[in-house]
Design a protein around this ligand. Structure first.
Ligand code: MSP
Length: 656
């Protein structure tokens, strides 16, 4: 009864729409789905939230690089995430988009509330910003005075009017929260890092930007049309706006969250900024912020720039969704990094799933059919197998607590211990021998023991492998629901009489890896191209070649850079940044180039001047117009300058 009333609210991070989903995203979402399915089965009132994070400079830049408006681009990628989660049968109760009107209204309401409380003030921000991480840094925090300490990409200087949140005011309260709530951050090793960070002192947080406009506007009554919210303030609020905060408050009774699942890279935002915002809003704090590690590939961190991204859909299609889910949850202890390899996945399928679980079901089908016409009766199980029942009950007593402590691999390990007891019992008691000896009741007790063990295991695995478990349930003639869970797991009962139905083999053996390994998947190829393009477009910022990223001269010459003479220039209506140029690059016909330099050059002053043009870029569409090249420029805190030849050169001269 108590269980039926309990609310469990589980969230995934909302995913940036600057790229399609990869295995890292699938990992977070699958863990969250597992927790949600488990909670529902146990009988908790459960709400699973996922969605997409669509504002900010990074998205605006990615959209521009593809010649799309940010909203067009966000619609496209958000749709892909949603389709993937639907294909993966993720049981989300809401898919939130930060471009939803209700979300924007909720964020504005939160801003107003924090402002009214005196926690927000206006000032000037000067510091470094990493667009890729959407994070502010001080000079001291940068690597070699320039690079983002989190992702290693170049940062740029931001100097603008900004609203600030009084994060420093919440330092002591945060420390108290960490101290009083042992498991508020999981795993505990990660918690120590956060506590030390906060003890080192917190600076107030810049929470609005004026240098671009793709974000939630400040509340209208603030009369600050230039400002948009800092994307992390906007994004974190999704956890409450999804429940109706600031609008209809429909599901606010689900708050606080039981667990926010995040990757370790975004733990700081969730365990420092987010609780501080909540304290300011006088809302209760989440029970757990749980941070998982990263998936690597062949030992290297998976990232689109390395082109080693694994497409979760490809893997699930090849190996089966449930096997993939099992692998992700079992292979790596929560919080640690893990290497994705098809070999490891294949081994898990053949060994754990095929041998330990699948074969057990085969044996139930085989023995029950051969000896008992598929009829199972549990009446003598306790009489002949109390020892095994005690052993499994002891294990099952403890597994539940592993779930919300995020010891998911231990949860699975213990379930496998139960399967081992079942497999061993068959060898120990040899039901075929009992049948020969005429001890039919003992043979029946053994087959019934195994059937009961598999039924219990099926209930515990439903959250992990729902499709396969439904097949097992069909075979054993049981229903996977809260009532059965309470009977077989909660009350440790046995199923009484049941009839076995033959089903297909659960996990056919896989002899060799199923996906070609060397070729990056389409998603990573696509990502690599896009990333390269983004990088070129973003060349206005200082681009530095990292040591491990040195290229050969041939690679350099893959880019054709030519001198171009600007023949015509005009402003692009409705664009703050773009000028439309007709540039002579010595081809007998001018090229149309759209350049984001309007803030730094007037159209008139450009005509007749020269610039360096990247001449072998694929044409891109910007604001519906074709751009057939890119001008090189350098930008620092003093503004942007085109890169030009020192003295006039013939149009079309190659730069080498
Ligand atoms: N938009 C922010 C989150 C805002 S939540 C209020 C964001 N998005 S993200 O798309 O970049 O990342 C989403 C999640 O995917 C993060 O938890 C991140 O850790 C996870 N992963 C991205 N790459 C990963 C791996 N290679 N491995 C495991 N998970 C990683 O951050």
């Amino acid at each position: 009864m108590e269980k039926a009333c309990k609310n469990v609210y589980i969230t995934t991070p909302i995913y940036y729409v600057n790229d399609v989903a990869h295995i890292g995203h699938a990992y977070t979402t699958i863990i969250a789905d597992m927790l949600a399915r488990y909670s529902r089965l146990v009988g908790f009132n459960t709400f699973l939230l996922t969605g997409t994070d669509e504002h900010g400079q990074k998205i605006a830049q990615s959209a521009e690089a593809r010649g799309k408006t940010p909203k067009e681009y966000a619609d496209e990628i958000s749709g892909k995430f949603k389709t993937l989660w639907d294909d993966f049968d993720i049981t989300y109760d809401k898919f939130i988009r930060t471009t939803d009107d209700e979300h924007k209204a909720g964020v504005q309401k939160a801003f107003e509330t924090m402002y009214a409380k005196g926690d927000i003030y206006k000032g000037d921000y000067e510091g470094y910003y990493c667009v890729s991480c959407e994070t502010f840094f001080t000079e001291k925090q940068l690597i070699e005075g320039e690079f983002c300490p989190d992702c290693g990409k170049p940062t740029h200087i931001v100097k603008e009017e900004s609203y600030f949140f009084k994060l420093s005011k919440y330092e002591d309260k945060l420390i108290k929260w960490y101290e009083e709530n042992e498991d508020c951050i999981l795993p505990r090793a990660k918690k120590n890092e956060i506590v030390n960070f906060v003890k080192g002192g917190l600076r107030d947080l810049s929470i609005s930007r004026t240098s671009f406009d793709w974000g939630v506007k400040l509340p209208e009554n603030m009369n600050e049309p230039k400002h948009v919210m800092y994307v992390w303030l906007d994004a974190l609020m999704n956890y409450i706006t999804a429940l109706g905060y600031g609008t209809d408050e429909k599901h606010m009774d689900m708050w606080p969250a039981k667990v926010h699942l995040v990757g370790k890279d975004i733990l700081r935002f969730h365990s420092i900024y987010w609780p501080a915002f909540l304290m300011s809003l006088e809302l209760p704090l989440p029970q757990h912020v749980a941070a998982h590690g990263w998936w690597t590939r062949d030992g290297e961190k998976m990232s689109k720039s390395k082109g080693n991204v694994v497409d979760p859909k490809q893997v699930a299609d090849a190996y089966g969704l449930d096997a993939f889910r099992y692998f992700l949850l079992r292979e790596v202890p929560f919080g640690q990094d893990g290497d994705f390899s098809q070999k490891a996945l294949m081994d898990r399928i053949n060994s754990d799933l095929g041998n330990d679980l699948g074969n057990l079901l085969n044996r139930i089908m085989g023995m029950s059919g051969k000896y008992f016409d598929y009829k199972i009766d549990s009446k003598d199980v306790a009489k002949f197998h109390q020892k095994e029942l005690d052993e499994i009950n002891e294990i099952l007593n403890n597994v539940e607590e592993y779930i919300f402590n995020m010891q998911l691999n231990r949860y699975l390990e213990d379930i496998w211990k139960v399967l081992t007891i079942a497999n061993k019992a068959i060898g120990d008691y040899e039901p075929w021998a009992k049948m020969k000896e005429g001890k039919t009741d003992e043979a029946m007790a053994l087959v019934a023991l195994i059937t009961n063990i598999v039924a219990k295991v099926a209930l515990l695995l439903d959250s992990v492998m729902p499709q396969k478990v439904s097949q097992i349930a069909d075979c054993l003639g049981i229903k996977i629901n809260t009532q059965t869970y309470t009977q077989l797991i909660g009350n440790k009962e046995l199923i009484s009489n049941t009839t076995i139905t033959k089903v297909d083999q659960l996990f056919p053996r896989i002899e060799e890896i199923l996906l070609e390994q060397s070729a990056p998947s389409d998603i990573s190829k696509n990502s690599v191209e896009i990333e390269a393009k983004e990088k070129k477009e973003a060349k206005v910022c200082s681009e530095i070649i990292e040591d491990d990223n040195l290229i050969t001269i041939d690679k350099f010459f893959e880019t054709t850079i030519k001198i171009g003479t600007i023949i015509e220039a005009e402003e692009v209506p409705k664009s703050k940044k773009l000028l439309k140029l007709q540039v002579d690059v010595g081809e007998g016909k001018n090229r149309q180039i759209l350049a984001g330099i309007k803030e730094y050059y007037s159209a008139q002053e450009l005509v007749g001047t020269q610039a360096c043009v990247v001449a072998n870029l694929k044409p891109a569409k910007l604001m519906g117009m074709i751009s057939e090249g890119m001008l090189l420029a350098a930008k620092d805190e003093n503004g942007l300058n085109l890169i030009r030849p020192e003295k006039s050169k013939t149009a079309g001269t190659k730069i080498s």
